[in-house]
Design a protein around this ligand. Sequence first.
Ligand code: CP3
Length: 380
Amino acid sequence: MVTVNLDQVMAQPVNLDTAAFPPLTNDLYLRAARGEPTERAPVWCMRQAGRYLPEFRAIRVENEFFKVCRTPALATEVTVQPIRRYAGLLDAAIIFSDILVIPQAMGMVVQMVPGKGPHLPEPLRSPEDLHRLTDKQPGYSVDKELDYVYRAITNTRHALEGQVPLLGFVGAPWTLMAYMVEGGGSKTFALAKSWLFKHPVASHELLTRIADVAAEFLVGQIRAGAQAVQVFESWAGELGPQDFAAFSLPYLARIAAHVKAKYPDVPMTVFAKGAHYALEQLAADTLYDVISLDWTVDPAVARSRVDAAVQGRRTVVLQGNLDPTVLFGDEQTIRERTREMCRAFGTQNHIANLGHGMMPSHDPELLRVFLESVHEASRT
Ligand code: CP3
């Protein structure tokens, strides 16, 4: 039984001191992300804070999604929930927020509709609509718009008490453009993709503007206490190789270049879901330390392609990539498939994860089986 005492959560003092964070006692994730030797692969999960956890749902009953994001005590509580539940098994926490806070911060209305997902009631229908975005208005400040995320990060760093590092994140430009043009999720992305071909100049302007907001936002997250960051290009796979090269890769590279110029030692991960064709370019033409793989890529093949692309010039770490639906199988299947995955990646330069996020219908106890299996299987 999980009980959440909301009054107690809200009564927690918020600590916004960025000068003195508790010392980190588990730095496995950070060492692996920097390509340093590790005694086993670190493990965490995309969407590890979410609706599959009853303690998360208990918070959400009384608090709208973006209210949780905007209230440091609540964002901290849900970020720490999986760390608490899987004590000693997770090697990183990811700040509770959403990729769609950037469209909001650029002046768009974003609603989270229960059972349907994100909804933007006034999407960008034509290039003239770019004038509605606020990021070029005089006095505009990314840091002011997204200060609530920084506060959540700083407070969470204190609440984690150094147990695991805290990850920040942003959505990548193409994925965010897709939401901003479609007004929500989509099966075909017909509207967003038609922009690329009908309005290539306006598309590049929009992608550049999103990239610049995202890059500044990541810098702010690191300043606030994020110890590593991940960029989610969730809809990369909607683009073929040629359009990925034109409309996604340059902006992913631009974000990494901007952040690395300020914080060269903070590990950066890129998750370009579905862009298996672009592994070489992600490895050779960007500064990301870690490439996160979905489950459609064979780990050994990815390893050899990435190594061939960088030719020993740098170490590229791979993250992933168990098919999340394997967690709908029984314990023995999960153990076997996790062991096979860890063996295929090898014990070094690997951060274990799922190939995409946890789903609301997942059983929390079967995630535990996955985490335990990584601990057993990846030990050197
Ligand atoms: O634990 C974590 O990973 C941190 C928090 C996090 C959320 N969203 C919380 C969330 C992160 C990193 C994201 C990123 C995100 N958001 C992505 C990129 C990763 C991916 O899955 O590809 C995308 C595409 C989104 C957009 C988004 N937000 C969608 C499509 C949905 C609806 C999902 C659904 O099934 O309805 C959200 C809402 C959302 N973001 C939830 C959570 C826990 C569930 C909403 C709720 O609580 O009602």
